[in-house]
Design a protein around this ligand. Structure first.
Ligand code: NAP
Length: 553
């Protein structure tokens, strides 16, 4: 297929579409736009493609979804030819894959690296967006697609004295490109979410001493990572059509796994234990799919939580440390469950210490120590595994103004509001890939990315065919969708946790459950039905009837 290339863009250029971000979402969006013959410019603040896998280079970083599934499905040639080396790919390999995709589909010529989009302003007369970038250029585009990622805005914790620390400070979500060697150093890791849990065992191998500062103990399941054999790869490749269909259309989380047919309390104790044992032995996120009510029923959830707590006590030799590592503050799975390699066992090492900062919070960081509970823990390097301003953080960094000069930050001051997680009323022709209100982070995100990108591309194609030049979510449809997202979330145990799903990890951020919990299969059906009904809940406006859109919102 001939690929139309946009003119190499510079100041005052004009495009059909500006895409923000060259991670997995931005790259596939560009590919689809080219297929439609549209001109596009992708702006990426990093110096390379890969998004989250470009930034998160911390020791031990690897995907918690199996590589054969955490990969694009849009090109059968691509999925047949790429060799994943391990069950869970390490970060360098995923980044290599992202680069391979960029080269294979010749994407780089339309991506401008080292460039942030600072501002985007909708012009109501021309129905076009004016985009200002960090290098001072202003370009215009009919559409803007935010492919900014859900977990790409690394958050520095507000800890007194952090700026006075004399050693090196690293954030897992913004790791240096050059190798970091902790050999012989005293290292502190603050934070025990997925990033902390993955990095602790690897840093422990190098550091002379590692002190882990834990505020909330987390549930983690062994990854059981291993090299993939050619036979295993071939098994997947032969079944890819079925696997991808299942992930997209049938599953709730975009992962090919059995669908549980019963609740946890439907089994007797010994049967239940056997099922949990089997999943613990096979490893990975699908531990939460043993039963169909673990996210819904506290008594059911307690059976899984108790099982994992018992496992922690079996692994960790010191009973006091084991007790601290046993999560008790939230139902299992209501904070993103972690997948680890030897995390709990790392605390059996003589060079690893756990410090409970729930009961003895960090008071301050001095020039050479972390001070907690009146004690100084002297360290040479600090690793902040403190997470992200998730789902909205990267969007909020861009100054986006829509109709009547209203900014997206003003509109979302009490929490993000979208229709289908794809558009926000008052911001015509602005699409969000895996935005709040869509399954996004509750799914194998590449499945959700491909679904959104395909939906957006089909929508743009439809608009072109109909001669429409602007599209916008109606406020009514948006209000109903936001209510639906909330209603589903509050029927589950998820809101019981102080999680980043709820915005609870960022002081002052509104507490609202951001992702759509109804499952990727059902969600896809809703999106497809909306499109089949002529984009129900969206107003489309042709060049000759610009007022209709304003009246509808
Ligand atoms: P996170 O889950 O938000 O964990 C941050 C940790 O830092 C928590 O333990 C938190 O404690 C602690 N923390 C935050 N601020 C603190 C402060 N001021 N003082 C002390 N402790 C503080 O972040 P993450 O581990 O980077 O993971 C975020 C998400 O990214 C994951 O849930 C996952 O979706 C994704 N991720 C995926 C992978 C993978 O695929 N393998 C790897 C890494 C990350 P509290 O819990 O008490 O707030």
């Amino acid at each position: 297929m001939p690929v139309p290339q946009s003119a190499p863009g510079k100041a005052s250029a004009s495009y059909d579409v500006v895409v923000v971000g060259a991670g997995f979402a931005g790259m596939y969006m560009l590919h689809r736009l080219r297929g439609l013959g549209m001109t596009a410019r992708v702006y990426e603040q990093g110096s390379g493609v890969g998004g989250t896998w470009y930034w998160n280079r911390y020791p031990g970083a690897r995907c918690d979804i199996e590589s054969m599934q955490y990969s694009y499905s849009f090109s059968d040639e691509l999925q047949q030819e790429w060799d994943w080396s391990e069950r869970y790919a390490p970060q360098p390999e995923i980044l290599k894959y992202a680069n391979h995709v960029a080269d294979r589909f010749n994407l780089r010529s339309d991506i401008q690296f080292d460039t942030r989009v600072e501002r985007a302003q909708f012009d109501e007369e021309s129905h076009r967006w004016k985009i200002v970038t960090s290098d001072g250029d202003t370009v215009t585009a009919q559409y803007v697609v935010l492919a900014t990622g859900c977990l790409s805005n690394a958050r520095m914790p507000e800890i007194k004295g952090l700026d006075r620390f004399k050693g090196k400070v690293y954030h897992t979500g913004h790791w240096p490109h050059e190798a970091v060697d902790f050999t012989g150093q005293r290292v502190a890791v603050i934070g025990t979410g997925s990033s902390g849990i993955q990095s602790v065992p690897v840093i422990a191998e190098q550091a002379s001493h590692l002190t882990v500062f834990q505020r909330t103990a987390n549930f983690s399941i062994p990854a059981r990572n291993a090299a993939l054999s050619e036979e295993e790869r071939q098994w997947f490749r032969a079944k890819y059509a079925d696997i991808r269909y299942f992930a997209r259309e049938v599953s709730r989380n975009g992962i090919y796994t059995e669908i549980p047919d019963r609740g946890a309390l439907d089994d007797r104790d010994n049967e239940r234990r056997a099922r949990y044992e089997a999943r613990w032995s096979s490893g990975g996120l699908t531990f939460m799919s043993v039963y169909n009510d673990l996210a819904l029923d506290k008594a059911a959830n307690d059976t899984a939580a108790t099982f994992v707590r018992e496992k922690i006590a079996e692994i960790v030799k010191d009973p006091a440390t084991a007790k601290l590592l046993q999560p008790n503050s939230h139902p299992i799975g209501t904070k993103r469950i972690c997948v680890d390699t030897d995390y709990f066992a790392a605390f059996n090492r003589p060079n690893v210490t756990l410090v409970d900062i729930k009961s003895n919070p960090i008071e301050e960081i001095t020039a050479q120590a972390v001070r907690a509970g009146g004690k100084d823990y002297e360290v040479d390097a600090l690793v902040l595994a403190t997470g992200f301003d998730a789902m909205t953080g990267s969007v909020a960094k861009i100054d986006i103004s829509g109709r009547d000069g209203l900014t997206l930050n003003q509109k979302w001051a009490e929490g993000p509001k979208t229709y289908l997680g794809l558009m926000s009323a008052g911001f015509p022709n602005l699409f969000i890939v895996t935005g709040p209100g869509s399954p996004s982070v509750l799914s194998n995100v590449i499945v959700s990315i491909e679904q959104h990108v395909d939906w957006i591309a089909d929508c743009l194609s439809h608009m072109r065919a109909q001669g429409c030049e602007a599209m916008e979510a109606s406020k009514d449809a948006e209000d109903k969708w936001v209510a639906h997202v909330n209603e589903l979330a509050y029927a589950t145990l998820y809101p019981q946790a102080n999680s980043w799903y709820m915005g609870a990890n960022v002081p002052g951020k509104p507490r609202i459950f951001m992702p759509y919990i109804g499952g990727v299969g059902p969600y896809r059906k809703i999106c497809d039905e909306v499109a089949a009904k002529g984009y129900e809940g969206f107003a489309m406006t042709g060049a000759e009837q610009p007022r209709k859109l304003a009246a509808s919102s």
